[in-house]
Write a protein that binds this ligand. Structure first.
Ligand code: ASC
Length: 150
C-alpha cells in the first residue's frame, strides 16, 4: 500500500511539473520551444473558434478533443520566456520582462480560461462553448496587444 501511495504521489508531482521542469541552453531554444507550443495551441484553438462562430459545423467530439489539447498545452509556453529571449526570431516585447507580474497574471488568466473552455467543450453544449471561447480568445488578444509586436 505504501508503495502504491508513493507511486501515486510521484505521478501527481510529475503531472504538475511540465511548466517548471524545462531548461534551455540558449535563448534561441527557449524561443523555439514557446513558439512550438503556441503553434500547437493555435492549431487547436482555430477549429474551436470556427465552430463557436458558425464557420464550421459544430461537432461536440471534435470540440472536446481540441479543447483538451488547448488546456494542456496552455501550461507549457510560458517557461520559454527566459530573461534575454526578446532578441532574434521573436515578436516578444521587452515589456514581458519589464512588467513581468502583469505578463504572468495574463498567462495565468489564459490558463484558467483554457481550463474553462475544456469544461465547456466537454459539456456538449454549443452555447457554453461559444461563451467560453470568447472569454479565452480575449485573454489571447490582451497579451498579444500588450506583449507581442505587430
Ligand atoms: C486565435 C488566434 C489568436 C487568438 C486571438 C484572439 O484563434 O490565432 O491569436 O485567437 O486572435 O483574439
Amino acid at each position: 500500500m505504501k508503495k502504491l501511495a508513493c507511486l501515486t504521489l510521484a505521478a501527481g508531482l510529475f503531472a504538475a511539473l511540465p511548466a517548471s521542469a524545462q531548461t534551455f541552453a540558449k535563448a534561441e531554444d527557449a524561443i523555439k520551444y514557446r513558439q512550438g507550443a503556441f503553434n500547437v495551441i493555435g492549431s487547436h484553438f482555430g477549429p474551436l473558434g470556427a465552430m463557436a462562430t458558425g464557420k464550421m459545423p459544430y461537432n461536440a467530439r471534435s470540440a472536446a478533443a481540441n479543447a483538451e489539447v488547448v488546456a494542456y498545452m496552455a501550461r507549457l509556453p510560458f517557461a520559454g520566456f527566459i530573461p534575454g529571449s526578446d532578441k532574434g526570431q521573436t515578436r516578444a516585447k521587452a515589456e514581458i520582462w519589464k512588467d513581468n507580474a502583469k505578463f504572468k497574471a495574463g498567462a495565468e488568466k489564459f490558463q484558467a480560461e483554457a481550463a474553462k473552455l475544456n469544461t465547456a467543450a466537454k459539456s456538449g453544449d454549443l452555447n457554453q462553448l461559444k461563451a467560453a471561447f470568447a472569454d479565452a480568445a480575449q485573454t489571447c488578444k490582451s497579451c498579444h496587444d500588450n506583449f507581442r509586436s505587430k
